[in-house]
Design a protein around this ligand. Structure first.
Ligand SMILES: *Cc1c(COP(=O)(O)O)cnc(C)c1O
Length: 414
């Protein structure tokens, strides 16, 4: 691939102009938008306005005047088209972990079975498993027979056939980037009358998603990864309309009450998706996410998916043009359709290599024990940047500068 070829990719890229919405530091190629999306100019100004003008001047009247009170619903509606959801089914609130607790508990309520089995995948994101385990412990302490059953990806269908009470899966694996067939697994689960909760943390904003079409029951997803909502941005959740009337979720706080400002001692859930709210939303961070979502306006998820796959495919082919890269093992699916918006490579020296890349201005991350993870965010990366980062990685591997001692010092967050 020549430099001219790479320029052609950028010239033909329908998303190229979106780069200008982002505030990226100079001399930095940001391949970590899958972990923490970068700052958008829209978020920067919105947060400033919310702090200085709304909070600063309008104080408490802002809940009505600036519709703070409606943000969980309005932000939810902005996320809805990115995940293939019709209105009234998506809410922005809390963290993924907390939302998962609410939905797992809701999915298990009203189940007739004497046993409560949550089926998930061994290498699911640990926080998802910790939340499930916590719920299981709680049920067991109250004398309910409960089990978190973990199987390998290839044994999921077998596990579904044993009719667990709920299936909890992450659409794109955070380590390998392997993507599940949402349509097929959801249908399989429904064949056995098993409701499904999908975690879309590594999918929303970078993949084509069709929750309604797949008849998904429940979903959660992350606001600070491909949606670029900022550090600790609130997450989102989805509950299919058909399930909302019967729903019972345990974290029933006043924001999910039918009339929070009636201050009734008895909890009465609001109708619809809003009953999934718990406490007061964090307006500063929800505003940042709200503004960041404006960058997706006018785009289709097909465009996002195509660009992201084109970026990762180019990276892979440039990297592999050189035989010195044999020491890196691709652990992501080679088949583009089978991976999300990331590539992961294993290497015995994954950590020092990731540090050497970062020092060279290519921001990636390391996942224990031996993975280098690169995210291909479709909104702000150019083909030229991706080509450059492949060249830098090749150079680091060939020249071996990652062996210098300073690259092996580990900080708290990796
Ligand atoms: C990032 C991520 C989360 C984050 O959970 P929080 O509770 O919002 O910190 C959860 N699940 C998966 C699969 C993730 O990738």
């Amino acid at each position: 691939m020549t430099e001219d070829d790479i320029i052609k990719f950028d010239t033909a890229d329908p998303l190229a102009a979106h780069r200008r919405y982002f505030e990226l530091p100079a001399n930095t190629i940001y391949l970590n938008g899958n972990s923490l999306g970068p700052l958008t100019t829209a978020s920067k100004y919105r947060v400033r306005e919310v702090v200085e003008s709304q909070w600063g001047n309008d104080l408490i009247s802002s809940w009505n005047k600036h519709q703070w009170i409606d943000l969980p619903l309005t932000v939810g509606e902005k996320i809805a088209p990115l995940i293939g959801a019709a209105p009234g089914q998506v809410l922005c609130c809390d963290s993924v972990s907390v939302n998962l607790f609410k939905l797992l508990a809701a999915a298990l309520t009203n189940r007739a079975s004497k046993r409560t089995v949550i089926l998930s995948q061994q290498d699911n994101f640990p926080s998802d498993l910790y939340i499930a385990e916590g719920l299981i412990n709680l049920l067991q302490e109250h004398g309910i027979s409960a089990e978190l059953r973990l199987v390998a990806a290839e044994n999921l269908e077998e596990g579904i056939a044993q009719s667990p009470d709920v299936l909890l899966l992450t659409h794109v694996n955070f380590r390998t980037g392997a993507v599940h067939d949402m349509q097929r697994l959801t249908a399989r689960a429904h064949d056995h009358d098993v409701p499904v909760i999908w975690d879309l943390s590594h999918s929303a904003g970078a993949m084509e998603l069709a929750l309604d079409d797949c008849q998904v029951d429940f979903a959660v997803g992350c606001g600070y990864k491909f949606l670029n909502g900022g550090p600790g941005a609130p997450a989102f959740l989805y509950v299919a309309s058909r399930l909302q009337a019967e729903l019972q979720q345990p974290l029933q706080g006043w924001m999910g009450h039918k009339q929070p400002f009636a201050f009734e001692p008895k909890y009465v859930p609001d109708a619809g998706i809003n009953q999934l709210q718990t406490g007061t939303p964090g307006i500063l961070s929800m505003s940042a996410l709200d503004a960041a979502l404006s960058c997706f306006e006018g785009l289709t998820t097909t465009q996002l998916r195509e660009k992201s796959l084109a970026l990762s495919t180019m990276f892979l082919s440039l990297l592999e043009e050189d035989l010195t890269c044999e020491s890196l093992t691709l652990v992501s699916p080679r088949e583009p359709e089978q991976r999300g918006a990331q590539l992961s490579f294993s290497h015995d020296d994954a950590f020092p290599i990731s540090q050497a890349l970062i020092e060279a201005g290519v921001i990636v991350d390391f996942r224990a024990p031996d993975l280098i993870r690169l995210g291909f965010s479709p909104l702000f990366l150019s083909f030229n940047e991706v080509a450059k980062s492949a060249a830098i990685l090749r150079q680091i591997l060939t020249e071996g500068q990652f062996r210098q001692e300073r690259f092996s010092v580990r900080a708290k967050v990796t």
